[in-house]
Design a protein around this ligand. Structure first.
Ligand code: BGC
Length: 245
């Protein structure tokens, strides 16, 4: 019988969850979303998380992608969330709030796990780099299918700016960059990663990946670049897979 596990993706603006068939990677039923509260502190996000689980009416193991460095369930950074998360145990906070066992990992690592299991990176050997383009830039590196967790390459410097402050989707919107201008910046970022890591494949995820037809042809980099097959659902799917690993 198919195993349906709840995957949750905590983001800067919304917390999204859905049941996932972890044999196929398909989303089962509706994707449910609640707003990320401001300030995005541990107790306020835990309340919102609890509300989401109640809305879905789920009991069982939950996987959660979280927008920070996550080591053994503990947040170790807070670039786009409240600083009080640093040193806080995400798994304990969310498990206590909703009464279900929760396992947490970095959001980009979750998206990467989904793509490497069911999507673009399936059976892909060598070095694969998935980049989620959203409020920040999240990265997940795989070597012959094995995740190297918490890479945080979105925080490399380009032109004296943190890369995610130079070419994330938030910056594209805030600085009103056209596709070409933004793609030029993003290409510089890809070429920088190329020089440092020699990847065999780049996979682009996050909300903007569904717009790949608008900008994919504008990217100038030698390594092949493909949009995430699971698009913006990759984070939810990967989190569900991680919950029962
Ligand atoms: C965080 C990463 C996260 C990425 C995408 C960055 O600011 O440092 O941990 O994966 O945003 O949410």
């Amino acid at each position: 019988m198919a195993q349906h596990i709840l995957g949750v993706d905590v983001g800067g603006s919304g917390i999204k969850g859905a049941l996932v068939d972890i044999e196929t990677g398909a989303i089962v039923g509706n994707r449910v979303r609640v707003d990320t509260p401001a300030p995005a502190s541990p107790s306020s996000i835990a309340e919102a998380f609890k509300g989401l689980i109640k809305k879905i009416g789920y009991q069982g193991p939950i996987g959660c992608g979280f927008p920070a460095i996550v080591q053994h369930g503990v947040a170790k950074s807070a670039a786009n969330i409240d600083k009080s998360w640093i040193g806080h145990n995400i798994e304990q906070e969310f498990s206590a709030a909703c009464g279900n066992p929760v396992k947490a990992l970095n959001d980009a690592d979750a998206a990467g796990l989904a793509e490497l299991t069911f999507g673009e990176g399936k059976n892909q050997e060598g070095v694969v780099l998935l980049i989620t383009i959203g409020t920040g830039l999240g990265t997940a590196q795989f070597v012959d299918g094995t995740l190297v967790p918490n890479t945080e390459f979105g925080h490399l410097y380009l032109h004296g700016r943190i890369a995610e402050h130079y070419c994330s989707n938030r910056i594209r919107e805030e600085e009103k960059l056209g596709w070409e201008e933004w793609a030029n910046r993003f290409s510089e970022y890809l070429r920088h990663l190329e020089r440092l890591l020699t990847p065999d494949l780049f996979i682009l995820g996050g909300g903007v990946s569904k717009e790949f037809s608008d900008f994919g042809h504008l990217l100038k980099v030698n390594t092949p670049v493909r949009p995430a097959k699971l698009r913006n659902n990759a984070g939810i799917v990967g989190a569900a897979v991680y919950a029962v690993r």
